[in-house]
Write a protein that binds this ligand. Structure first.
Ligand code: ADP
Length: 590
């Protein structure tokens, strides 16, 4: 409590005031007591003088003791003090309180001796005749320079003490009241000084704790008021600055958060300063637990650690491609840049771009070109071989020549189909997102496909059945593409089903689209091959596919057509038991 400035100020004021009041009280008490004593002294001495003057004639005419005794009694009534009359020999002539005859000779009493020496006698002592401590004053009774006797007046000392006590009590009470008033006045004065200071202390504390919305409510126009306004102004400036910084930080944070590229910053010692959510996802780590740790500890990738270290040492921007297991192997292009401030390089920031898909596309393109070249070369080699044989003389043998020319024709057909399929594929890929959709009657489309492929089915003695659960919705699709999709699936079913088998085409309305299944009782597909069926040029059995005139592109085309329509496809198959290709096309409307 006494740490508070309010109580310290009050204590100082109180202490100083108390000291002054005490000294003043002490001085007043002594002065007043002295004054009281002097007044009693003067009063009693003048009474005694007056009486001495009164009775000097009585002494000179030789009045008796009875006279003086009654005079003493009468005088006491007027002056309220004991009166004693004594002759020049010390014999008590009369006393207002004690019987004169019982009183001994008073010649040896100090005050009497002094009075007989023509002085004013005074003494304070215990009186055995009254049983009290008394103060005595004695004056001579003299006429024409002859001393006849002494008049003595006395009052109990306790009367003077009572007066003194009264003075002490009054002054003591006044001092106490003054002290209490001092405390009250001083504490209310210090309050007006200290309350605004306490308010400012509270606000400053809140500001230090980060609560900048508090304001000091100081109305005074003095120095304290100015201090309060200064504090409010400072809080306002801090609020503005912090909101600016927060805004900037939020912008940076929003950019870092929305980036697909990973951003990682390290300090001079290789410890992580910052990572963005993309890095968190890439390496399955958490921002909070990664800060301040070393790269190798958090990311566990030696190549990345070495690259960042090299960037730190070289102080130059570096760009590298890195393989990172996340745990899937992924390829990143990492670009580093030194982080600098006025003291120089303080760290490195690296941006990591996942280029796995890009590399994969590049690889697929290269594979595709290789595959296409290979697929084209096979029939061409064959054609060229037979043409050369013909030119070498086989032309002379009409039978052989005819056989060779038929082969050449087949191979040319195959080339034609291959190029046709490649063109279809590239057309669909090119059309991605901008296909020409029209309302299509799927039932009609299915029957068209059946009529196109019936000759092939008949040739192999296959039953080609259509099961449509009516009503089918009209769907908005690219009819040429869906026609091709159906032909590819049904053509495959016919190709890979041995003689005497069955091919069923089923269609049913489902959710907001149509589900179509092409089911055969053919050779089936092994479980391992199913995931690869839709790859370009993938064939389960290359020789059989070639024999059937397949290009290996049919299902790739199917997949692409479904992709551009937002559809899906599913394959169920068992080797030797047949296959079912089921696809779903959205976009139905009744
Ligand atoms: P292809 O021109 O060789 O038929 P596709 O892309 O149409 O090429 O089919 C890829 C491979 O999938 C085929 O080579 C074949 O091995 C297998 N396949 C496709 N449809 C069927 C089916 N209905 N029954 C069995 N195998 C099939």
């Amino acid at each position: 409590m006494f740490k508070s400035i309010k109580w310290r100020l009050t204590a100082i004021f109180f202490g100083v005031t108390a000291l002054f009041l005490f000294l003043l009280g002490f001085y007043l008490m002594t002065t007043m007591e002295q004054y009281l004593y002097d007044r009693t002294h003067e009063k009693l001495v003048s009474y005694a003088k007056l009486m001495a003057d009164n009775i000097k004639e009585d002494f000179s005419r030789g009045a008796g003791r009875e006279y003086f005794d009654s005079y003493a009694h009468e005088a006491q009534k007027d002056i309220s003090a004991r009166v004693t009359v004594i002759d020049a020999n010390g014999r008590v002539m009369g006393d207002s309180i004690v019987d004169k005859d019982t009183m001994v000779n008073h010649a040896n009493r100090p005050e009497i001796q002094e009075a007989l020496r023509n002085e004013i006698g005074k003494d304070i002592r215990y009186s055995s005749s009254t049983g009290k401590r008394m103060i005595y004053f004695a004056v001579p009774v003299k006429k024409d320079s002859q001393i006849f006797g002494v008049v003595r007046v006395a009052v109990p000392w306790s009367e003077i003490e009572a007066g003194q006590n009264h003075i002490r009590w009054s002054i003591g009470t006044a001092v106490l009241v003054a002290l209490i008033l001092t405390v009250l006045v001083v504490s209310s004065f210090t309050s007006t000084l200290v309350v605004p200071l306490q308010e400012m202390t509270r606000v400053a504390k809140e500001m230090a704790e980060g609560r900048l919305d508090s304001n000091v409510n100081v109305k005074a126009k003095d120095e304290i008021g100015t201090l309060g306004s200064g504090l409010n102004y400072m809080a306002q400036r801090l609020r503005d600055t912090i909101s600016q910084i927060t805004e900037e930080r939020n912008k940076v944070s929003a950019i870092l958060t929305s980036m697909n590229d990973g951003v990682i910053a390290i300090d001079r010692n290789g410890n992580i300063l910052l990572i963005n959510p993309a890095i968190e996802r890439m390496f399955h780590i958490k921002y909070e637990t990664s800060l301040g740790k070393s790269v190798i500890e958090v990311v566990r990738n030696f190549d990345l650690e070495r690259l960042l270290h090299r960037a730190l040492v070289s102080k130059e921007p570096i760009t590298r491609e890195l393989q990172v297991f996340t745990p899937d192997p992924k390829t990143f292009r990492v670009s580093t840049a030194p982080l600098t401030n006025e003291t120089g390089v303080v760290g490195v920031v690296a941006v990591m771009r996942d280029i796995t898909a890009f590399r994969e596309v590049e690889r697929m393109k290269a594979d595709f070109v290789a595959n296409v070249s290979h697929e084209l070369r096979t029939p061409l080699t064959s054609i060229k071989g037979f043409v050369e044989t013909l030119l070498d003389g086989a032309l002379q043998e009409p039978e052989t020549a005819r056989h060779f020319l038929e082969i050449i024709n087949d191979e040319a057909d195959r080339l034609n189909r291959l190029i046709g399929d490649l063109l279809s594929l590239s057309r669909i890929e090119a059309k991605q997102g901008e296909i020409h959709k029209t309302p299509v009657d799927l039932e009609k489309l299915i029957y068209n496909v059946v009529s196109v492929l019936s000759p092939q089915a008949n040739e192999k003695n296959l039953a080609l059945n259509v099961h449509i659960k009516k009503p089918l919705p009209t769907i908005k699709v690219d009819s040429d593409m869906i026609g091709q999709l159906m032909i590819n699936l049904v053509d495959n079913a016919i190709k890979y089903t041995p003689e005497g088998g069955t091919v069923d085409i089923m269609a049913v309305s489902e959710r907001d689209g149509v589900k179509v299944a092409v089911k055969d009782t053919g050779i089936g597909i092994s479980r391992e091959s199913i995931p690869r069926l839709f790859e370009r040029f993938y064939r389960v059995d290359k020789a059989r596919s070639r024999e059937m005139g397949g290009t290996g592109l049919g299902l790739a085309i199917v997949k692409h057509i479904l992709e551009v329509h937002g559809g899906t496809i599913d394959v169920e198959s068992r080797v030797g038991a047949g296959s079912t290709f089921t696809f779903f096309l959205p976009g139905g409307s009744r």
